[in-house]
Write a protein that binds this ligand. Structure first.
Ligand SMILES: Cc1cc2nc3c(=O)[nH]c(=O)nc-3n(C[C@H](O)[C@H](O)[C@H](O)COP(=O)(O)OP(=O)(O)OC[C@H]3O[C@@H](n4cnc5c(N)ncnc54)[C@H](O)[C@@H]3O)c2cc1C
Length: 307
């Protein structure tokens, strides 16, 4: 810890650059602490995700974010979010832009997957997947899905029992692009929870015509370990069943498996504490299943470290 002008500044690591991790990082940095965010992926946003492939861009995670809290709505608007009647706030040009907009000024180390947390040395030392060490940090915020947090916090029994009670559901998502506009009948399918006309959202190119369809947790659980080509075929066929006309060959099609997509049984508290309060663990799953729950958890974790 450093003391400058009587203010004690801590070094703080945030694991996870989803909306929870970024919300925590912002408040901690604003309070004068030295914050570093680590994320295993190449970008930011977590499940507020956008896949880009040449001229094609699709939001393959949350299609939008509903904000009940006025401060959250204001933050999303500042981050460039546009309000869309069907889905709430959508990032522009993609959902991940919302988190990128919020994270302006935050130092993020991408492609760093934290594999272990060692509190027994000088500060809390994080080791990544290549054996590289980071820290020691005075405090750590872990803002990753509960089952992944459980692996990282395996040596902290107090956290483990709380994390074990959280249930998260998987989702297979189908991503499609066509060079002509497709129209659906309006019928529903037992396979899908949501079918999203991605290119119909504000701030997206009208062409190609892009769609994202999220399978139900039940369907996904039954097909979780199926080969990707089999899942692609089954989901495309289910999507074709919703189409008003025979489905043309897509110009792009793939599937994405979210192993931990939506929380089915939340913790019921804004975060889990370990190491006598030096480690806090949270995310959407702490309070619910929505991005706003993640944001609230992230802010609560920051508040706890600042208290
Ligand atoms: C298909 C789908 C549809 C959804 N629909 C909606 C919706 O309509 N409305 C809504 O509000 N919400 C929706 N959600 C949920 C919403 O996306 C989440 O609630 C929110 O994005 C969670 O944010 P988070 O920061 O808690 O976690 P995440 O976004 O999961 O962020 C965690 C981050 O941690 C990183 N990470 C994980 N492990 C490590 C590690 N070991 N080392 C380093 N980094 C690590 C990950 O790469 C990720 O970036 C949906 C989600 C999915 C998948």
């Amino acid at each position: 810890m450093n003391s400058e002008n009587g203010v004690i500044s801590m070094t703080i690591a945030v694991i996870g650059a989803g909306i929870a991790g970024v919300a925590a990082a912002l408040d901690l940095q604003d309070a004068g602490h030295d914050v570093t965010v680590f994320d295993k992926s190449r970008g930011l946003g977590g499940r507020l995700a956008t896949r880009r492939d040449a001229a094609i861009s699709l939001d393959h995670g949350a299609p939008g974010v509903v904000a009940h809290d006025a401060a959250f709505a204001a933050a999303l608007a500042r981050a460039g979010g546009a309000v869309c009647p069907d889905y709430g706030f959508v990032g522009q040009p993609g959902m991940s832009s919302l988190v990128k907009g919020l994270a302006d000024g935050i130092a993020v180390s991408n492609s760093v997957e934290i594999a272990s947390v060692d509190p027994t040395r000088n500060g809390i030392v994080l080791t990544d997947q290549t054996g590289g060490e980071h820290g020691g940090f005075d405090r750590v915020v872990m803002a990753v899905p509960a089952p992944q947090a459980r692996v990282l916090a395996r040596d902290f029994p107090q956290a483990d029992s709380a994390l074990a009670a959280v249930v998260m559901a998987p989702v297979w998502s189908l991503l499609l692009a066509f060079d002509t506009a497709q129209h659906l009948t309006g019928a529903t399918s037992p396979v899908f929870d949501a079918v999203v006309h991605n290119s119909g959202k504000p701030g997206r190119a009208e062409t190609p015509d892009t769609w994202v369809a999220h399978a139900t947790p039940e369907w996904t659980r039954a097909h979780l370990e199926d080969p990707r080509d089999k899942v692609l075929e089954a989901l495309t066929s289910a999507f074709a069943g919703l189409s008003a006309a025979p489905l043309p060959t897509p110009i792009y099609h793939t599937v994405h498996r979210w192993r931990y997509a939506r929380c089915e049984r939340p913790l019921g508290a804004p975060f889990v504490e370990a190491l006598g309060g030096r480690l806090v663990i949270g995310g959407d799953w702490a309070l619910g299943s929505e991005a706003e729950d993640a944001w609230r958890s992230g802010k609560a974790m920051a508040q706890a470290l600042l208290a």
